[in-house]
Design a protein around this ligand. Structure first.
Ligand code: ARG
Length: 609
């Protein structure tokens, strides 16, 4: 363990140790190629084409060069010329000093670009000199991004659905921050509404002994109390009546009622906090802006809607009709903002929350992470915000919908008795399964380390399974697959990291000695690793644009796979001189990219496993 601690410390030292050699290579090579191609287009066809996207992509197969530009076809249409002629004209104007060793035109008009060996080597050296950020620059235009995620409901158990919002939202928040944005997390906890009348009334009528038992943590949990109060509410008219009166009291700010409500909220928040801690999610009390926070603002929402001339009446309720929404009969679809009894709704709170985020938090972008069943709700809220002029067009609003977690039988994931699965139970099981697998693999590990590694691997796999699936699709929850050491899993990447780093121990090489190392990525397998490393800035940007974390998991998986074939083909410790140094540096770069990449997804890397 001590050895690992030293190894870690060394890595950290290199991370802040920049060296002074002047580099030709820029961190984001793809951006540089884009601007070179744009200049070539302007030189060939005039400044009116300055905006044409050069459509640069890394190639999948080295026989097409390292990057391919795909813009000739589009320009050809505009200019009424043959794509190949367009491509030829662009290539003639490419002014890129020593960046490319080969440029050719393929197929109908693809431009294939091969980087010089010098560019490849120097680019890798640039990354090596900046292991902290892996040469990923911060964005030029910093934004304030509000991420609304997790958002469980008070007095209800956090269930498997909340894990998706929590894990996806956390990863997005980390990536925005890394890219240089100001991130404000907002946990829109469901802590207000009619259900609290029922709950408070039930607790009020609970036998003293039961309440004491609950408070001592020995009786019914809050979740059970919630279920029982709901049963009573549905079965007993007079109880239901008293519960409704309680709601009125709560909304009118009756002190005694508020005291009980606050107790419930606090108890739930302590519970959520414990879950976040176990998951390694940094969502503090400061980040909680629950529905109750907006309660004092709801009256104003109605007033403002009226001023904006959007408020209509329908069967005694206040509604808006956002443009473009029709019901099944083709009639305008209402979004209710105040019921006929005066009660406000989920949508009203979201309108108030958006006003607050745009006006008070100065949000340039708001990202809402909830399951896809809420898509229509958010579309209607967004449309209303636009029509009312509360969200000007330069404020970007994104709903980040995700699919349902399914069991192996492709039915909604439930316990054997048909109940929803508690998030804490999933966490327990992830850890104990990981512990079992690791004990088989590595029976000699001491108990404390083993427990820590099992936690890192178990939680990592749980999160990774969620993040690596195409977000919008339903996904099948499969313990064996998610904890496998082969395939696209956290365990595979964590293990790849450990194997990369073990080279330094076996070779008795101090990783910090590689600071300033010369890279010679001449073997195809070496070159492929460097080209992959160069893609990181674009991958992260594409996650921020598309809000799809699986683009990053795929990237890391591909990098680890390239590393394994490099490791097979290119001996590291058995090589010598400059080659050995360069290969060791490639191991370090790969390890650091895997661990930084996983960290951006909220996943840790164990020092051994
Ligand atoms: N509490 C809600 C639920 O569990 C999610 C809230 C999402 N955020 C929002 N601003 N509506 O379904």
């Amino acid at each position: 363990a001590l050895q690992y601690a030293i190894l870690y410390a060394n890595t950290a030292i290199i991370a802040c140790d920049r060296f002074s050699k002047d580099f030709v290579a820029v961190p984001n090579i793809q951006k540089r190629i884009e601007s070179i191609l744009s200049d070539a287009v302007v030189a060939a066809f005039g400044p009116e084409h300055a905006d044409a996207d050069p459509l640069i992509n890394p190639t999948k197969d080295p026989k097409f060069g390292d990057y391919q530009a795909n813009l000739a076809m589009g320009l050809a249409k505009k200019l009424g010329q043959k794509p190949r002629d367009i491509a030829t004209a662009i290539v003639e104007k490419i002014d890129a000093d020593d960046l490319f060793s080969k440029i050719d035109i393929a197929g109908p008009g693809f431009i294939n670009l091969m980087l010089t060996q010098e560019t490849v080597n120097q680019s890798a050296e640039t990354i090596l000199a900046d292991l902290d950020r892996l040469a990923v620059a911060e964005v030029d235009e910093k934004q304030t991004v509000v991420v609304d995620f997790s958002s469980p409901n008070v007095a209800k158990e956090m269930h498997v659905g909340h894990i998706r919002s929590t894990v996806i939202g956390d990863a997005l928040a980390r990536i925005f921050k890394f890219l240089g944005h100001d991130v404000i997390k907002q946990n829109h906890v469901g802590d207000w509404g009619t259900q609290f009348g029922m709950l408070i009334q039930y607790m009020d009528e609970m036998p003293e002994a039961d309440r004491e038992a609950h408070e001592a943590g020995e009786g019914d949990t809050l979740n059970t109390i919630y279920q029982k109060s709901k049963q009573r509410f549905d079965a007993e008219d007079d109880f239901a009546q008293r519960a409704r009166e309680r709601v009125v009291a709560l909304q009118a700010g009756d002190e005694e009622t508020l005291v009980v409500w606050q107790k419930l909220v606090n108890e739930s928040e302590t519970y959520f906090d414990a879950v976040y801690k176990r998951l390694g999610i940094d969502l503090s009390l400061d980040d909680i802006k629950g529905e109750s926070f907006y309660n004092p603002r709801l009256g104003n929402v109605i007033k403002d809607l009226k001023t904006a001339d959007l408020l209509k009446e329908s069967q005694g309720a206040d509604v808006v009709y956002p443009e473009g929404f029709k019901d099944r009969d083709g009639n305008p679809m209402p979004m209710i903002v105040r019921k006929s009894d005066g009660g406000f709704l989920y949508a009203t709170t979201d309108l108030a929350a958006a006003q607050y985020r745009i006006n008070d938090l100065n949000a340039d972008r708001i990202v809402y992470v909830t399951d896809s069943r809420q898509s229509q709700h958010f579309s209607m809220v967004f449309q209303t915000l636009r029509e009312a002029g509360w969200a000007p067009s330069n404020v970007r609003l994104d709903h980040v919908p995700f699919g349902t977690i399914m069991g192996k039988d492709r039915k909604p994931f439930k316990t054997r008795s048909g109940e929803t699965i508690k998030l804490v139970d999933l966490i327990d099981e992830a850890e104990s399964r990981a512990a079992g697998i690791l004990a088989d693999k590595n029976p000699d590990m001491d108990t404390d380390t083993a427990a820590e590694v099992a936690h890192t691997v178990g939680i990592g796999c749980l999160k990774y399974a969620d993040l690596s699936n195409d977000r919008i699709k339903d996904y099948i929850f499969d313990w064996d697959r998610m904890l496998s050491f082969d395939g696209n899993t956290a365990a595979y990447l964590q293990n790849s990291y450990v194997r990369c780093m073990s080279i330094f121990r076996r070779g008795e090489v101090d990783p910090s000695s590689l600071s300033g190392a010369k890279i010679l990525a001449t073997e195809p397998a070496e070159r492929l690793i460097v080209l992959k490393l160069l893609q990181l800035p674009n991958v992260l940007q594409s996650v921020a644009d598309s809000l799809e974390p699986h683009r990053l998991t795929n990237y890391l998986y591909e990098l680890a796979s390239l590393y394994h074939s490099f490791y097979e083909k290119c001996p590291v410790l058995k090589s010598e001189g400059e080659t050995k140094i360069s290969r060791l540096a490639l191991c370090l770069l790969t390890a650091q990219t895997i661990s930084n990449g996983l960290a951006l997804l909220g996943i840790d890397t164990p020092p051994q496993m």
